[in-house]
Every structure is written in structure tokens, then in C-alpha cells.
Design a protein around this ligand. Structure first.
Ligand code: PEP
Ligand code: MN
Length: 448
């Protein structure tokens, strides 16, 4: 399949979760700008990631995918990107050591600017009066400020997404190849965490094992290039038809269509309808792709999606990202995995322990319990282990900063502590310490 359906035909199918732009001419102008913009990623890099994800589907590698629920334009700063990257690299070292398999590192960044919403509107009480405005759909669409002007979808924001993504990816590429990602450096950050944080002290044994492994390598004079640099890929939910379609190009080498705005793109839980526009668009792409599967997904849904999205059953091409919730995963996941496996469908299984575990705190914040996050990952491991399949990885919403958005973890953040530093514009993220703690806990699951 070497062509892409037209934007008009995708809209004719009735794409879900799209903004209603008031000014068609400005939208067309933004799309034209994007169509002429250089690619952010290369087709060959996407193929490399497909190969790595094929290893995940064979049980020979583990995926670590993480970043904000929604990036913001204001968040494109050196500090923010660096802190996030640092924690991801720290998590990856812990998981690599414990799993004794390569960890495929994918940032949920450089493009994660559009959000599906469960309601088109948002109502708040302003000066004692109830006010209803269009919902915030991510910086790609409208502004977070609760004013009528800010909530109008502005197509110029799509062009801004491109530039913000380019700046982020440029920084990430520089960091991961320019010495910042050196394994010894990353391990030093982990030992600092273990030494300085009361939470970290619980993981002293594993940190000192890694220490000894590194000392051994240094003693024998091993200094491979692999210690100094890492492969890192970008990903986002490809939600907005205008943006994703404009960033889809026919690769000159293979004559195949690639979305060149990110290496890995996924279909969200709200847009995975088999006959929907997103599935129709995605099935033409050659990038590695993911589909979220929530508790309402049946095994037949999963099989039908696989047949449509990966008809050649290419390993690494398709990742199923399950997000059942800690309560439901042990009951819901086995029937999916069993049937998909029995049919010989090649897929990488990844756990999103975030989106099935969201609730509103008594203090009014959208939050998650750290224990539920850990509980869902544990359920995911247990189910796969029982079935003899490979728990291929995790997708987490996290940040490198010390925010207070999720409850619990070793620092025992409670509902009242959320107000202290709640910065997310959409879903709550694990903070730095919670992310590292999760990595150590998942490391123990990998080793068990
Ligand atoms: C998300 O990943 O932020 C998201 C909206 O997830 P889901 O599609 O699984 O609800
Ligand atoms: Mn989210």
C-alpha cells in the first residue's frame, strides 16, 4: 500500500475527536505550511524502531515509553526536556540491568500536544456563576485558559506543534548522542537517588549490583561505544487528522507512506473504531504503530484491528497497549492475550498502568494512586507469565520534576499534598521519585 487516503476522504468517514475550526481558510493555510515542512524523523529511523519492537514481540527486549500526558508550548524549555529525559534514562538503566534484555527507549514527547476528551464542554463556577466553554483539547488545538477566546480552536497552533516538536527532538537528539546519556553518568544519578532519598534507600542492593557490574567492565578495560550513547525515539497519539495527514510523506527510498512527525504513533482508546478514520489512516502507514485497548475491548476487536492494521503480520509493526485498570486487568487481559496468541498474531504487549486508574480526589484534582499503577503492572506481569507470553513493556505518564499529581509512593503524598505543585494540564503524572521507584519495582518484577 503506497498511497495515503485523502484528508477529505478521512473526514468523510467522520473522524472522532476533531476540533471544529471556525475559519476554513486559516486551517488550509496551516496545513499547506505543514505539508512543505521538513520531516522531523526519517523513515529509516522508524524502520529501526520496528526492528526493536519486533524484538519486544519475541520476548527479547522491553519497551519503556514515557512522558507527559500532554506536552505544552510553555514546557519546551531545556530544563523540562532534560529532566524528563534524565529520569527516562535512569529508569532504562535499572530495567536493562534487571531484565538482562535491551530496553527500547521511546519518549512520549516531541508531538504529544493533542488530547481526546470525554466531553466536548467544560463547566466551571466563575464568580459564583456556572460557565460552560469548549473543553481544552491540548495546545495543538486551543488554550488552557478558561476564557471563550482561548478555547476557540486555532489552526496556527498546528504549525506551532511542528516547531515545538522540532525544538524538543533536536535537544533530545543532542543529549542522547552528545555524552549526556553515558551509562556511567546515568548510573551516578541513580546512586545519588539511592543515597539521598529515603525512598531510594530501599533499592540500594540493586544499585550496588549495577555498580559492581560497571566496575568489572572498567577493570577489564571494556569501554564500548554503547556505554556512551543510546537510541531514543519519539512518539505521540496521532489524533488530529490535519496535522498527521500533512506530516505523512512518501519515502523516496521505499515509496511507502510514513508519518514523519514521530517515530511511533498510536491510536487512542476513543478513536480505535474499526471502521473509523483513524484506523483507516493508520493502516496505510509504515511506522511502527500502537493501539490502546481498554476494558471494553474484546478479543475479536483486537483480532480485527490486527488484521486491518497489520495484514502481513509483520513483527514490530503493531503494539497493543492495554489499559484496563488495576481492578480489571487480571480478569480482562487473559482472554485477549490468549486468543491473539492462539491466532498467531504478532504483537508487542505493553501495559499503560495510568489510564484505567484515574479518579478525582476529594480535593478536586484528577489523580491516580501509585499503588494502583504498580498493581496494574504487577497484574500485567502475572497474566503474561501465567500464559507464557512476554510482558513487553510499560507506557507511563511521568515527568522529571518534583510535581505532586499522583497519590502515594514512598514519599506518601496524600490528597491534601496534591495542591502543592499540581502542574499537569490534563492527566496526573508520576513525579521524579515516583518514576524511579516504579522502575525499581518493575525491575523486581522482571527478575522474578
Ligand atoms: C492518553 O494516553 O493520554 C490517553 C488519552 O489514553 P487513552 O486513549 O488510553 O484513554
Ligand atoms: Mn493521559
Amino acid at each position: 500500500m503506497s498511497s495515503i487516503p485523502s484528508l477529505e476522504s478521512l473526514h468523510a468517514i467522520g473522524a472522532a475527536q476533531q476540533p471544529r475550526y471556525p475559519d476554513r481558510a486559516r486551517l488550509d493555510a496551516a496545513v499547506a505550511r505543514l505539508r512543505g515542512a521538513p520531516p522531523l524523523v526519517f523513515a529509516g529511523e522508524c524502520d529501526d524502531l520496528t526492528e526493536k519492537l519486533a524484538a519486544v514481540s519475541r520476548g527479547e527486549a522491553f519497551l519503556l515509553q514515557g512522558g507527559d500526558c500532554a506536552e505544552t508550548f510553555d514546557g519546551v524549555t531545556a530544563d523540562n526536556v532534560r529532566n524528563k529525559l534524565r529520569v527516562l534514562l535512569q529508569m532504562a538503566v535499572i530495567l536493562t540491568y534487571a531484565g538482562s534484555v535491551p530496553v527500547v527507549k521511546v519518549g512520549r514527547l516531541a508531538g504529544q500536544y493533542a488530547k481526546p476528551r470525554s466531553s466536548d464542554d467544560e463547566t466551571r463556577v466563575v464568580d459564583g456563576e456556572s460557565v460552560t466553554l469548549p473543553a481544552y483539547r491540548g495546545d495543538a488545538v486551543n488554550g488552557f485558559d478558561f476564557t471563550p477566546e482561548s478555547r476557540i480552536p486555532d489552526p496556527q497552533r498546528l504549525v506551532e506543534v511542528y516547531h515545538a516538536s522540532a525544538a524538543t527532538l533536536n535537544l533530545v537528539r543532542a543529549f542522547v548522542t552528545g555524552g549526556y546519556a553515558d551509562l556511567r553518568q546515568v548510573h551516578t544519578w541513580n546512586t545519588d537517588f539511592v543515597k539521598e532519598s529515603p525512598v531510594g534507600q530501599r533499592y540500594e542492593v540493586m544499585a550496588s549490583e549495577i555498580d559492581r557490574a560497571l566496575s568489572f567492565m572498567s577493570a577489564i578495560g571494556a569501554d564500548p561505544e554503547e556505554l556512551r550513547r543510546v537510541d531514543f525515539h519519539s512518539s505521540h497519539e496521532a489524533l488530529l487528522m490535519e496535522y498527521e495527514h500533512a506530516m505523512t510523506r512518501i519515502d523516496s527510498r521505499t515509496q511507502q507512506p510514513y508519518n514523519v512527525s514521530g517515530h511511533f504513533v498510536w491510536i487512542g482508546e476513543r478513536t480505535r473504531q474499526l471502521d473509523g478514520a483513524h484506523v483507516e489512516y493508520f493502516r496505510h502507514l509504515r511506522n511502527p504503530i500502537g493501539v490502546k485497548l481498554g476494558p471494553t475491548a474484546t478479543a475479536d476487536d483486537a483480532l480485527a484491528l490486527a488484521a486491518k492494521l497489520n495484514p502481513e503480520n509483520t513483527p514490530g509493526r503493531l503494539t497493543f497497549i492495554t489499559r484496563f485498570g488495576a481492578e480489571k486487568i487480571r480478569d480482562g487481559l487473559p482472554r485477549l492475550v490468549e486468543k491473539v496468541t492462539a491466532e498467531g498474531v504478532q504483537v508487542a504487549w505493553v501495559c499503560d498502568p495510568m489510564h484505567g486508574n484515574t479518579f478525582t480526589s476529594s480535593t478536586g484534582y484528577k489523580t491516580r494512586r501509585f499503588d494502583d499503577v504498580v498493581g496494574e503492572v504487577q497484574g500485567f506481569f502475572d497474566v503474561h507469565r501465567a500464559l507464557g507470553t512476554w510482558p513487553g513493556g510499560i507506557l507511563v505518564e511521568m515527568t522529571g520534576d518534583d510535581v505532586t499529581e499522583c497519590i502515594g509512593g514512598g514519599e506518601e503524598l496524600d490528597e491534601h499534598g496534591l495542591a502543592h505543585r499540581y502542574e499537569s494540564v490534563v492527566d496526573p503524572r508520576l513525579n521524579r521519585v515516583q518514576s524511579l521507584e516504579l522502575a525499581f519495582l518493575v525491575a523486581e518484577m522482571l527478575r522474578a
